[in-house]
Design a protein. Sequence first.
Length: 260
Amino acid sequence: MMTVCYPVASMTEAPDLMSEQVDELLFGETCELLEESGAFARVRTDYGYRGWVERRALTEPLHAPNRMVDVPFCDLLCENRNFYRPMMTLPRGARLDVGYSDTEKRYGFAVLPSKRVWYVHKEHLRPLPTGLGTEEDLRAGIVAQGLGYLGVQYRWGGRSPYGVDCSGLCFMAYRLNGLTIWRDASFEKNDSLREIPLADVKPGDLLFFPGHMALSLGGSEFLHASASAGRVIRDDFEKGPYGPSLREKLLCAATRFSSK
């Protein structure tokens, strides 16, 4: 297994920077190296996605991560004071191995795969999500994490605060809670989901349209990364900017939860 050592590593369909971007890998995530071609490596992510990334964005892992970035952007600093330029800035969802000291109240020590150690603010991190908890808590967590991307620009293949697409938004809302769904806007490929009537949709459930998907906020409201709007927006089937037309195109609603 390899680990990502860039803040965000673009994954493309072919070993070419001008090829279509199909996904992004975040710092500290792991992947399996399948083959190499020039400056690129074909990888399989821990959630089963395959594509090409720059080989220099990958390195051998040092320690398993124990913390995840829980703010849009998190600076790694050379000193335990915040008026120095950051040595690296990591996006929400990046994973780190962090140590702590009783004498350091504000900062932890982020140990990078390169063995460099930088300071990181404790309040920018949280333990890795486990996917455990009550359905109510998980649904609330999924919605909260999704709303954390509100206003982020639309980026095809993106799944970071730098830019996110429709499936990347939904995928990250679940992943940040320790749950996995398929990365694409396809109900058929999401083996962990089951179809439900639209009337039964609850906050955190998913809505599928032709080539598009959204995260339900409950009732007629939903959150989606809209290419037309150019950003992540709240919408409404009854009175939103795109909701009424999307309601006519709805393919299905789906849930990952078993309760009815």
